[in-house]
Design a protein around this ligand. Structure first.
Ligand code: B16
Ligand code: MG
Length: 216
């Protein structure tokens, strides 16, 4: 029997709710470019890379590469300005207790986020020292739903993928975890029903419950 030895957490939507800031930044860019964009459209950007997000926002409109780069740069400038507001108070409910319980249980902890701003966000939340490995938007070429990021983080933790539970709020993230061969916990209200456990947030779950329900 393989026992669970590590947890890998997505960032936006699991540890904190930076999706509102992503939304406001994309909305500003869309308004400046005269492109239609709504909160509903923003749901399609959950958990996917900056470039894939831009492609979804453009809905098939074509632009030269230099213009695409300019739009991604501007969106990120708006996003980074909004990140100045983030403090330890912006951890989602139950996050700090859950992380401390997991660490006290001897589990290895990692981050698997599509964001190139993940380290900056974790610093602001005061959580960066909780994680032995931080996989972010720079770590692998193929982003979620490809399995690469979670395989990379599991390897960094010195664990096999089937010893790891991934916590994710996005359909693309659960797809990535399953393809990687990890166990998974779906968080929130997006399409994460294919995860092994589905809960509203980390406040709804104990480390003990995860280990008991997912041990195989
Ligand atoms: P950046 P996660 C994801 O974070 C966000 O959910 C997604 O909306 C964003 O496009 C992506 O990070 C890339 O972020 O522009 O900062 O590199 O959920 O994977 O932690
Ligand atoms: Mg997420």
């Amino acid at each position: 029997m393989t026992s669970i030895a590590g947890f890998i957490f997505d960032l936006d939507g699991v540890i904190t709710e930076t999706s509102e800031y992503h939304y406001q930044s994309w909305q500003q860019l869309a308004d400046e470019e005269g492109l239609p964009f709504t909160r509903e459209d923003n749901e399609q950007l959950r958990g996917v890379s900056r470039r894939v997000s831009l492609m979804r926002l453009l809905k098939g409109r074509e632009f030269p590469e230099a213009k695409l780069q300019d739009m991604m740069f501007r969106k990120n400038q708006y996003y980074k300005a909004l990140l100045h507001h983030v403090t330890a108070k912006d951890c989602l409910p139950g996050v700090e207790d859950f992380l401390h319980d997991a660490s006290a249980s001897g589990l290895k902890l990692g981050i698997g986020s599509a964001s190139r701003n993940a380290r900056a966000v974790l610093e602001k939340l005061g959580l960066i020292d909780m994680f032995a490995v931080i996989g972010d938007g720079y770590s692998v070429v193929n982003s979620k739903p490809a399995p690469d990021l979670f395989v990379w983080v599991a390897g960094g933790l010195g664990l096999h993928v089937d010893q790891v539970v991934v916590f994710e709020d996005a359909e693309a993230g659960i797809d990535a975890a399953k393809t990687a061969g990890c166990l998974s916990v779906g968080i929130g209200t997006a399409n994460v029903n294919h995860a092994d456990i589905v809960v509203g947030g980390l406040h709804d779950l104990t480390v003990e419950q995860v280990l008991t329900q997912l041990s195989r």
